[in-house]
Design a protein around this ligand. Structure first.
Ligand SMILES: [Zn+2]
Length: 452
């Protein structure tokens, strides 16, 4: 039989075995694995390890300073190697009272598996394993070599991942990588080819070691005002960041990236205005302007600030302390540490050298080459299943740690997976439609088939 002639049978195998895939997913979801409270992590790593070995891959549980990282591999027909990344940890389930079915029972309601982790990220894991198993059952081998890395700390910022990857480069070397993603369109797969960076800063100001009676507001500095003035000096009303150097390292879009951004459907602004009761979009942006602005611009966001009295009713004080949290979503090639330095210099230059700046969290932006083989394989796979190209976001809108693979290993990647906007990841009633699990597995199989 010529290569690929049996591919239809592989898709049929996935369909026929969907009940097994659903019960595999339920088994993983019934084991809580909450990284932020360290609940069920070890048990989850053990369970997943045995599940992966059952699928036919050889797997190991690797110790780190934090939660264990699973790796697995299997040889395939071609010399090409495809790396998959997922995570087995989940967000906490509270408030549990808001769930229509208990978060770790993984019951099926209306053709959806309702459970914490059902989409993010255990449904993704099962879609990958179901595809591998289908190849092994029908053809006896995978089309290409597969390597798999599944970490247990994604939901807390992947503190152990970079060190592990740098120590185990050989284990993870590959020609392309499929990263996790939880949102896809209903009709065709969606790919994103990178991630935004994150620079999370805390600004603190102390003008006195006490709060004063506000009758002395004529003679004492108020830390609240100092934070407000400092923030006001950093961005104007047209959304321009006024900090010297903030935009210096922003790369221009390439011609291909410009074309890809143009192809993205305009967002449905009216729908969001209604759903979220928006006053309006920033700068009165029109639907067709939204995707480009959303995907290609960095942000300088005030995540929150506090000072003085913020409780109910009246309390009259001059605040001796103020604090603001700022998060900047960065685009290639902005550097979070350089942004921190720019903010510090800005404060100094504008007479706010009493305001301290601390970098609480940082990660780097990165993007994959849209012409890379793995991206082309994902597009061909979409053509094969749906007769249409996948929709490509050349940058990614979240701050995932995929920059580690892109920057440190130089492996091009595409993020894609099961789930959709209604999957409620991170919130109560997280769910995965059974049909989406099946379509996700088929898409993974088609990508493996095309990546040879
Ligand atoms: Zn998540």
């Amino acid at each position: 039989m010529a290569r690929g002639e049996d591919f239809q049978k592989i898709l049929e195998y996935i369909e026929k075995n969907i009940e097994k895939s659903v019960s595999d997913l339920q088994e993983l979801c019934r084991q809580p694995s909450i990284s932020t409270t360290n609940v069920g992590i070890k048990e989850m790593a053990d369970l997943l390890h045995s599940r992966i070995e059952k699928a036919g891959l050889s797997s190991s549980i690797n110790k780190t300073d934090g939660n264990p990282i699973l790796t697995a591999n299997i040889k395939g027909a071609s010399d090409k190697t495809l790396l998959f990344y997922n995570h087995y940890d989940v967000q906490p389930a509270d408030p549990e009272s808001e769930w229509i079915s208990p978060p770790f029972e993984a019951n099926i309601v209306d053709e959806h598996v309702i459970a914490r982790g059902s989409t993010d990220n255990k449904g993704n894991i099962i879609s990958r394993l179901a595809a591998f198993e289908a190849f092994l059952a029908i053809r006896g081998e995978l089309p290409c070599n597969i390597k798999y890395i599944i970490e247990g700390e994604e939901e807390i910022g992947s503190p152990s991942l970079e060190k592990f990857i740098m120590k185990n480069k050989d284990l993870l070397t590959a020609d392309g990588c499929i990263w996790e993603d939880n949102t896809t369109r209903v009709d065709i797969p969606v790919l994103s080819l990178g991630n935004k960076g994150l620079c999370y800063l805390e600004l603190t100001c102390r003008t006195a070691n006490v709060d004063f009676h506000s009758s002395s507001g004529q003679i004492y500095e108020n830390a609240a005002w100092r934070i407000i003035w400092a923030l006001a000096s950093m961005k104007d009303e047209n959304e321009n960041v006024l900090i010297d150097g903030f935009y210096d390292d922003v790369l221009d879009l390439t011609e291909t990236e410009n074309i890809l951004v143009e192809k993205i459907k305009p967002y449905d602004g009216a729908d969001r205005v209604k759903k979220f009761e928006l006053r309006k979009f920033l700068l009165d942006l029109k639907d067709e302007q939204l995707p480009r602005r959303h995907l290609t611009n960095p942000t300088f966001n005030v995540a929150g600030f506090d000072a003085g009295y913020t409780g109910e009713g009246v309390k009259t004080i001059v605040s001796g302390r103020g604090r603001a949290k700022i998060d900047c979503r960065l685009v290639p090639n902005q550097d979070p540490k350089k942004i921190r330095d720019c903010v510090q210099n800005h404060l100094r230059k504008h007479g706010f050298d009493d305001i301290k700046v601390e970098l609480l969290f940082s990660s780097y932006p990165a993007k994959s080459d849209p012409d890379a083989e793995i991206v082309k394989a994902c597009i061909r796979a979409s053509q094969r299943l749906y007769g249409q190209d996948a929709e490509i976001n050349p940058f990614g809108s979240g701050s995932t740690p995929c920059y580690i693979v892109l920057r440190n290993l130089g492996i091009p990647l595409a993020s894609t997976g099961v789930g959709r906007i209604t999957s409620r990841t991170h919130s109560a009633n997280e769910n995965l439609k059974i049909e989406d699990l099946m379509d996700g597995a088929k898409y993974m199989a088609a990508i493996c088939e095309e990546f040879v």
